[in-house]
Design a protein around this ligand. Structure first.
Ligand code: SAH
Length: 476
């Protein structure tokens, strides 16, 4: 390690900024964010402070003197950006006086370097590569940005505000640390991260005996909770950042059969994986049993993820599970996922809406003929409605007949899109009257049916031929 990372308090003195142009303005923004008092030697004559609020502007003063000669007393740091030879001259003086100085993109004349920053308020992460590669630092930053919850800074602030009063009530250091671990890792921390700070405040205030709370036997895990997570249609890269985080936090993952192994691979390595979903032709353990498993896991202090294909609230029975969790008083959260219709739309380039052609989208389920028989097809007669049918493979002829009876043309474009976003995805497109034959061309589900003029807009190389998996991959 050639450079020591430190966090400087810039409010105790003045920062000298030398330079001009966008480079200097970028520095100015970061210094303003750190609430520094800034003396700016503009080297290109442009004193414009547009884009800085009044509060920041009030802390910026301009200095027209020769920066290579001025007094550096009280200056806590010198930054040169876009300053050319003037910057180098100032740097030499600063170095001689032991004042920290950074000359942008010039390690030789710098005594400190600016890290890439992840800024979450009270939580700040600085990333350095010793000046070797800002691009690598930026990539590291992107990964950290993705891994850190957006409100992690709020959580630090929350703990900060309660620190003193908890300190006064728990004198022993180790116990205090356990207390905060339980707060941060448990439902109170989760509430802050979800933006429910009032609930978190109330819960913390309700802890009658902080020492007993801290002494809970399972180090911070006494109250578990359940996260319903939408896994998307199959491609693990379509998991949301929140979904990934929940998976990496989980003690146990209860998953549908539909969830692909590639996605389960993203769960924490030692998390238990429990398949609970049903499959066509194979009964699952039943919804009541699933609800019971989730509640029991949470009550045992575990962090349970209920992982579902697509989105939990689109034909995913997420509604029932949430009601059961609510009734049981178990803490839970819901993370959305990309639903199959949207996965198909993007991979096969079927815009579900299109100006003057498709003004509405309907998602419906027609699982087996008796479900399909319950659908009010007349409500789908409107030519400008794109109809997406989930679980509709076995009822294809009932669906066709219903749509025709409602008055949709036999020549309405339709598509059967199977295993969308997975490596073996497949499509067969044609017209409504041929729907059952199109379904037969598909080598197996899961698949959705899309009915409407927009299907004709699908990218021809993806869907005009009944694609075999090999063909599709060749096309990609
Ligand atoms: N909650 C899920 C839907 C569950 S119902 C979602 O939002 O997507 C199961 C049905 O979803 C399947 O019968 C099929 O119609 C559809 N489906 C799920 N994954 C799919 C995929 N990768 N490709 C095509 N259809 C899919």
């Amino acid at each position: 390690m050639n450079w020591l990372p430190v966090f400087l308090d810039l409010r105790c003195g003045e920062v000298l900024l030398v330079g001009g142009g966008e480079l200097a303005r970028a520095k100015l923004r970061i210094l303003a964010a750190a609430r520094a008092r800034i003396r700016w030697h503009v080297t290109d004559g442009d004193h414009d402070l547009a884009g800085f609020d009044a509060d920041a502007a009030a802390r910026i003063t301009f200095d027209a003197r020769d920066p290579a000669r001025i007094d550096l007393g009280g200056v806590v740091a010198v930054l040169c950006a876009g300053a050319g030879a003037v910057g180098v001259a100032v740097a030499a003086r600063a170095r001689a006086l032991g004042v920290p100085v950074n000359v942008m993109d010039d390690l030789e004349h710098s005594t400190f370097i600016s890290p890439a920053i992840v800024d979450r308020g009270d939580v700040v992460v600085a990333i350095g590569t010793g000046g070797a590669s800002p691009v690598v630092a930026r990539r590291v930053r992107e990964r950290i940005e993705a891994a850190l919850p957006a409100r992690i800074g709020d959580l630090a602030g929350f703990v900060g505000r309660w620190r003193k009063s908890v300190h006064a009530r728990i004198s022993e250091f180790a116990l205090r640390r356990r207390f905060w671990e339980r707060v941060v890792d448990g439902p109170i921390g989760a509430a802050v991260l979800e933006g429910r700070e009032d609930a978190a405040e109330a819960a913390l205030r309700d802890i009658a005996d902080p020492s007993a709370f801290a002494g809970g036997n399972d180090a911070g895990r006494a109250e578990g909770f359940v996260t319903l997570v939408g896994a998307g249609p199959g491609d693990p890269d379509l998991l949301t950042v929140k979904a990934l985080r929940a998976l990496q936090d989980a003690d146990v993952v209860f998953h549908d059969e539909l969830v692909s192994p590639a996605i389960l691979d993203r769960a924490r390595r030692d998390a238990a994986r429990v398949p609970v979903g049903r499959r066509i032709g194979k009964p699952g353990i039943g919804q009541d049993a699933v609800n019971r498993l989730l509640i029991e896991a949470a009550r045992a202090g575990r962090r349970a993820v209920r992982l579902k294909g697509g989105d939990p609230f689109v034909f995913g029975r997420g509604g029932e599970e949430v009601e059961a969790l609510r009734a049981a008083g178990v803490a839970y959260a819901v993370v959305p996922g990309v639903t199959a219709a949207l996965g198909a739309a993007s991979s096969f380039e079927v815009p579900l809406t299109f100006r003057r052609e498709a003004q509405r989208v309907t998602f419906l389920t027609a699982h087996r003929a008796n479900d399909a028989a319950r659908v009010d097809w007349t409500s789908l007669a409107d030519l400008e409605t794109t109809v997406v049918v989930y679980m509709g493979m076995t009822a294809a002829s009932t669906i066709r007949d219903g749509m025709l009876a409602a008055g949709r043309s036999p020549k309405t474009p339709v598509g059967v899109f199977a295993r969308v976003t997975r490596p073996d995805s497949q499509a067969a497109t044609g017209v409504l009257e041929d729907l059952p034959e199109l379904v037969r061309k598909i080598d197996g589900g899961p698949a959705i049916l899309v009915i409407g003029d927009v299907v004709a807009r699908s990218a021809p190389w993806r869907a005009s031929v009944p694609a075999r998996p090999s063909l599709l991959m060749a096309a990609e």
